[in-house]
Design a protein around this ligand. Structure first.
Ligand code: SF4
Length: 189
């Protein structure tokens, strides 16, 4: 299991990390807050299996899709004529369309991955992991910024591993000294 800050809320990264043929680790990441506009959300628009068509709550279909910069989303646009005559218009758009385009809806390219981490974020495991996350994050900060753990001087996995073990041991000894000196001070008082 790996716990990442909100920068890890990235479908491709989640897919790569959870790949059973690859790292195969479960990702714990805070979900993105969703804005409540009171209008139909993108989840209420159904994407076909091949991703070619999206169907809106009124049953109309859009084949007009464009990929966003960063290639994490696709935007589908519905026909303005369909939207203008739609009985559900007030639940779908803040105002009727004026041009050729009706409602646009953005669908994530990695919906299954986002759904998985969103569901995980409602579990007790998520709460427990996120509670200890800041302490671990601080330790990484110390390793990287005070012990140059971002780079090693040697080549080869074995030497790199040894370097990491020695650095981690030094950090643990520092921690032990801090804890013990705190205890000793408390006893002396
Ligand atoms: S307003 Fe347009 S996109 Fe929205 S439900 Fe109606 S037809 Fe579909």
């Amino acid at each position: 299991m790996i716990s990442i800050d909100k920068i890890g809320y990235n479908g491709k990264m989640i897919r790569d990390l959870e790949d059973e043929q690859g790292p195969n680790v479960k990702v714990i990441v805070p979900p993105k807050a969703k804005q409540d506009t009171g209008l139909f959300t993108s989840e209420q628009f159904q994407k076909s299996e091949d991703g070619a068509i999206v169907t809106c709550p009124a049953g109309h279909q859009s084949r007009s899709r464009k990929q966003t910069a960063g290639e994490t989303r696709e935007v589908y646009t519905f026909s303005a004529n369909d939207c203008r005559e739609c009985p559900l218009l007030s639940q779908c758009m803040a105002k009727p369309p004026t041009g050729r385009n009706g409602r646009s809806v953005s669908k994530k390219l990695y919906e299954a991955e986002y759904a998985r981490v969103d569901a995980r974020a409602k579990t007790d495991t998520y709460r427990e992991v996120r509670q200890v996350h800041p302490a671990v994050e601080r330790k990484f900060h110390e390793l990287v910024n005070h012990h140059r753990a971002r780079r090693v001087r040697y080549r080869g996995t074995a030497k790199v591993r040894l370097h990491a073990y020695i650095t981690a041991t030094a950090v643990n000894v520092k921690r032990l000294v801090k804890l013990l000196s705190g205890k000793l001070c408390a006893q002396a008082n």
